[in-house]
Design a protein around this ligand. Structure first.
Ligand SMILES: Cc1ncc(COP(=O)(O)O)c(C=O)c1O
Length: 419
């Protein structure tokens, strides 16, 4: 059991000032993390945690990876930021690598996932306007999807709980249920400029779209001259066990959105587009002052190189298979677990009780867990996680579920969506 701080400790002081000076937009956990090492994080009281959420999927190479630290120090001594009107070796090296890996043609950098989604929406609308006229502006997105918090990305997020306080959002957005081919067919028509999909819905609870669904989306996009855009901010760049989650389906998008681990922890996202779209966003039609800095791109190059040199895709698949097997066992045995889902290192255990008490209890037992949709434990660990780490976590998770189940007699257990 972890030690907790006395009221006068540094930890208590930081938490008190946190609630005084930071907007309460996040329901923060009552610990203060100080440093990390690989898949472990240490708090200000010296307690160690196995990190199973990797900074919401950003820390692909864990914490303080020696090669990333070296690359960062070297680049910091040369140049951190440069106007995007100038070229840097790092930004070109990374763009070339992303194009080679995806088979797409050209990259636009921005700083975070939401900003990259904005770029994708502008690309789709500009494509519609330029080629067909202003009527071709409708965006088809999924109920239950998550694409970000800025106005455009929020407008295409298919969860009204996130949008309702901020309406009206962008016009011309139609939401359809995932896996409902008839709804998709009915929604995509001549005035659709794009279909926007997460091949694995992440924040929505880790739901992988079937290959059939992705193929039908591709067919409909072709038939109605709409773009097919995949948001792989969460599931891409190795997390699902392939460079990109869509690759298993054989369906190729017209544009791909990447973020989270891309900058090795620095703010970096990318919109990667196919050949035909290279000139759709013309000069001065889009931009991002901080997007694609030499520093963030140098980290991106190093991240991809480490992935390759250390054969991490294979490790993600192997560790992911062990995690899946163990979560499936829990889903079959725990009265409060409903289903295990996902692949690679994007997985979930859906519960029929709220998940936050389990995350809070997990912190006391040395685990950093994550809950989405109020009742779904989502696992987004670092790609350095091994089967041994999984087997270190599983007895703790089993115990946490048992303790929580004891509080919820089966007769009163219900599915909750409270956050
Ligand atoms: C699929 C997807 N799209 C977009 C975003 C938004 O990214 P950011 O929070 O970096 O703006 C996220 C973040 O979780 C995401 O998972």
């Amino acid at each position: 059991m972890h030690s907790s701080s006395s009221p006068k400790s540094e930890t208590a002081d930081i938490l008190a000032r946190d609630s005084q000076y930071l907007l309460p937009v996040y329901a923060r956990y009552q610990v203060v993390m100080e440093r990390g090492e690989g898949v472990y994080v240490y708090d200000t009281d010296g307690n160690r945690y196995l990190d199973l959420m990797a900074g919401l999927g950003v820390n692909g190479l864990g914490h303080a990876h020696a090669r990333m630290v070296k690359a960062m120090a070297e680049q910091a001594a040369k140049m951190v930021h440069l106007s995007p009107q100038y070229s840097s070796k790092a930004s070109v090296d990374l763009a070339q690598r992303l194009c080679e890996l995806s088979g797409l043609s050209s990259v636009f950098y921005s700083t975070g996932g939401s900003e990259a989604v904005e770029g994708a929406l502008k690309l789709a609308r500009a494509y519609g306007h330029k080629n067909f006229g202003a009527h071709k502006h409708r965006v088809i997105a999924l109920n239950g999807s998550y694409h970000g918090r800025t106005y455009g990305s929020l407008s295409v997020t298919g969860q009204s709980k996130y949008r309702s306080d901020f309406e009206p959002g962008l016009p011309g957005i139609d939401f359809v249920d995932r896996e409902d081919l008839a709804q998709l067919e009915a929604a995509v028509s001549g005035d659709a400029c794009c279909i926007l999909l997460e091949p694995i819905l992440g924040e929505g609870g880790v739901h992988e779209l079937s290959h059939e669904y992705l193929k039908r989306a591709r067919d409909l996009a072709n038939r109605h001259s709409a773009l097919l855009i995949f948001d792989e901010i969460q599931c891409g760049l190795g997390r699902a066990g392939d460079w990109f989650a869509y690759q298993a389906s054989g369906v190729r998008p017209d544009a791909l959105i990447l973020g989270k681990p891309l900058g090795g922890g620095l703010p970096l996202s990318a919109l990667v587009v196919d050949r035909d779209l290279v000139n759709t966003l013309g000069v001065a039609k889009h931009g991002s002052t901080l997007g694609g800095s030499p520093m963030a791109c140098r980290m991106g190059v190093e991240f991809l190189s480490v992935m390759e040199d250390d054969n991490l895709l294979a490790q993600i698949r192997e560790t992911g298979a062990v995690l899946k097997r163990e979560l499936e066992k829990l889903a079959a045995t725990s009265p409060i677990a409903v289903e295990a889902r996902g692949r690679g290192l994007i997985q979930a255990l859906e519960l029929n009780v709220p998940g936050r008490p389990i995350v809070e209890a997990g912190l006391k037992e040395g685990l950093m867990l994550n809950v989405v949709q109020g009742h779904i434990l989502r696992f987004l660990p670092s790609f350095l996680l091994t089967p041994e780490h999984v087997m270190e976590a599983i007895p703790v998770i089993t115990r946490l579920l048992e303790q929580e189940a004891a509080k919820h007699p089966a007769s009163v257990a219900t599915t909750s969506t409270a956050r």
